[in-house]
Ligand binder design. Structure first.
Ligand code: PGA
Length: 250
């Protein structure tokens, strides 16, 4: 049985003080409610978020990580830095990184390998663009993204791997994939994981859906057999709305 994971991607929103205020309110509304929850604030807010959630079941993740241990890579962060700051998770290959910052399938693979090697739980994002869906290429795109992302990763190392299916046309647009569309894509991803990492890893793999998840649609999406949680952007910025999504998932 796969437990649902609810992940908040705050993107480039919130200062440390705002992150702390979120955590205070979120912990209050989540009181007594056990779910696997991870908050991924901007890097600058990681220490404040770790501090504000200390002693709770809430985990903290970063939004990106570099594959080298250290070096002359201005603006990048290493796995060791994230671990030292108290992160347990890291988002890798988000479509905004791919679209605006030149992330490719092969750099996603390098980041994924480094994160797994370091003992972080990567949330590896894949998903098709609108034109690709319209051209009937969704399956092909997902298979290519997964094949390259999982390259060279052993089934043994992949135990912590988490994937997020995020159709690019659904991110921040209010156009959510229907539960059926998402379920179909999740099956494709699970099949690719089985090929690359083995059936056991694929069966245990948590595949989150992301793209305009809201309290109103969260339950129907996560009721699908292969949707194991959600990666939430806009609706995770408000503690009450993210808590409602977490409760809908569990
Ligand atoms: P959204 O973003 O929920 O605002 O659509 C999801 C994401 O980009 O992870």
């Amino acid at each position: 049985m796969r437990r649902k994971l609810l992940a908040a991607n705050w993107k480039m929103y919130k200062t440390p003080a705002e992150a702390q205020a979120f955590c205070r309110e979120f912990l209050r509304v989540m009181e007594g409610f056990g779910a696997d929850v991870v908050l991924c604030p901007p890097a600058l807010c990681i220490p404040a978020t770790v501090e504000a959630t200390r002693g709770s079941h809430i985990r903290v993740g970063a939004q990106n990580v570099h594959w080298d241990k250290e070096g002359a890579f201005t603006g990048e962060l290493s796995t060791g830095m994230l671990l030292a700051a108290g992160c347990t998770h890291v988002i890798i290959g988000h479509s905004e990184r791919r679209q605006y910052f030149g992330e490719t399938d092969s750099t996603v693979n390098k980041r994924l390998e480094a994160a797994l090697e370091a003992g972080l739980t990567p949330i590896c994002c894949v998903g098709e663009m609108l034109e690709e869906r319209k051209a009937g290429l969704t399956d092909e795109v997902l298979r290519r993204q997964c094949t390259v992302a999982f390259r060279g990763i052993s089934g043994e190392k992949a135990a912590k791997l988490t994937v997020a299916y995020e159709p690019v046309w659904a991110i921040g647009t209010g156009h959510t994939a229907t539960p059926e569309m998402a379920q179909e894509a999740h099956l494709t991803i699970r099949a690719e994981a089985a090929k690359a990492l083995g059936q056991q890893v694929a069966d245990d793999l948590r595949i989150l859906y992301g793209g305009s998840v809201k309290p109103e649609n969260a339950h129907a999406l996560m009721a699908q057999p292969d949707i194991d949680g959600a990666l939430v952007g806009g609706a995770s910025l408000d503690p009450k709305s993210f808590a409602a999504i977490c409760k809908a998932g569990a």
